[in-house]
Design a protein around this ligand. Structure first.
Ligand code: TXA
Ligand code: MG
Length: 326
């Protein structure tokens, strides 16, 4: 159900959930100070309660409503990239509800760079918690129609058009002593972040003492075996020739398939979505392409992985989590 900005504000104030556009993906929003409303996010998404939510704020002045400390490095990052596709995980103030924090001692904050999302935050005067507006582990939505396809047509959606970034924000945690760590890659790259903060990221230590370390390091998003996945099995290939060969094997065995390929070159003899070879364009179109291929209801989707290069880290991360190697 498509709703107006005013209706979305009224519903959020009333403790309801509303799907909202951001520049990355659509979010399923609720008043971040209302635990009953927050619970509706978890039930609608069928998301486990220990997965913390990102709180969307209208500007940098609201960070200290939520965060107990705002270290210099985090201030620099916020000033450089907000509004934008960067989420900062900071130590939480003690009054911040455990529901929004998923029980963590930290809080995730982001100022989205979407005119409709910003208008909603300003008009309502609220900060809204919003994970991606999809069922847990499924593909993130980048249009209002994707939200309705995943969560049902009864879900109220504020339609802000197709998302321009197309994949979820980069998540950076910054501890009170200024150590930082990239928890989820996004289109703001590790190199972009390094340029702003000037100091290296905290190295993840792998040792026998793993339990203690796990207890100390922040939770890394999307660690489930399959995350961001279509319903159709998705096979991933580093090499176009192998993808084409697999499509032939499948078709000879009487199976149907469709393919996602990146850039020019030979194509398999099945339905194909060809994306460009520009990382930003592929990110923008990735989930739309996968939603479209999923809707074909073939036996298998075959997807080509982008090169293992810095500009492709985020796209590679999402595709790798969505499927398995062919
Ligand atoms: O681009 C985005 O980030 C989108 C839009 C809607 O803003 N949101 C999004 O939310 O991707 P979600 O819930 O699908 O992913 C948020 C991730 C979760 O996987 C969660 O683990 C991580 O953020 N997260 C949230 N709070 C955290 C915290 N306190 N510590 C570590 N990770 C946190
Ligand atoms: Mg998500």
């Amino acid at each position: 159900m498509r709703i107006s900005l005013e209706d979305a504000v009224a519903r959020l104030r009333n403790g309801e959930v509303v799907a909202i556009p951001t520049e990355t993906v659509y979010g399923l929003a609720a008043d971040a100070t209302n635990d009953v409303a927050l619970q509706k996010i978890f039930t609608t998404k069928q998301r486990p309660a220990d997965h913390p939510l990102i709180v969307h704020i209208s500007d940098i002045s609201h960070v200290t409503d939520w965060a107990a400390s705002f270290p210099e490095i985090a201030v620099k990052l916020a000033k450089a990239f907000w509004p934008g596709a960067l989420t900062l995980v900071l130590p939480a103030k003690s009054h911040v509800s455990k529901v929004v924090r998923g029980g963590e001692p930290t809080i995730a904050l982001r100022v989205p760079n979407h005119p409709v999302a910003l208008a909603l935050l300003k008009l309502s005067g609220l900060s809204v918690a919003a994970p991606s507006a999809n069922l847990f582990t499924q593909l993130s939505p980048t249009t209002a129609a994707h939200v309705e396809a995943g969560l049902g047509v009864a879900i109220p959606v504020l339609d802000g058009g197709a998302c321009q970034v197309g994949i979820e924000s980069s998540i950076v945690s910054v501890s009170a002593d200024g150590q930082w760590q990239l928890l989820r890659p996004g289109m703001i790259s590790e190199a972009d972040i390094l340029k702003v903060v000037g100091s290296k990221q905290q190295i993840k230590v792998e040792s026998e003492d793993e339990k203690t370390i796990q207890a100390q390091t922040p939770k890394v998003p999307g660690q489930h075996a399959l995350h961001y996945s279509p319903r159709t099995p998705l096979m991933l290939f580093n090499n176009r020739a192998n993808l084409i060969q697999e499509s032939e094997v499948l078709m000879q065995a009487g199976k149907t398939c469709a393919a996602l390929i990146i850039g020019e070159g030979n194509q398999p003899n099945c339905q194909v979505v060809q994306l460009t070879s520009q990382p930003n364009e592929v990110a923008e179109q990735l989930y739309g392409a996968l939603h479209g291929l999923d809707a074909l209801q073939v036996d298998c989707i075959l997807a080509e992985l982008p090169p293992n290069a810095p500009a492709w880290v985020a796209v590679l991360d999402r595709l790798s989590r969505a499927g398995y190697k062919g």
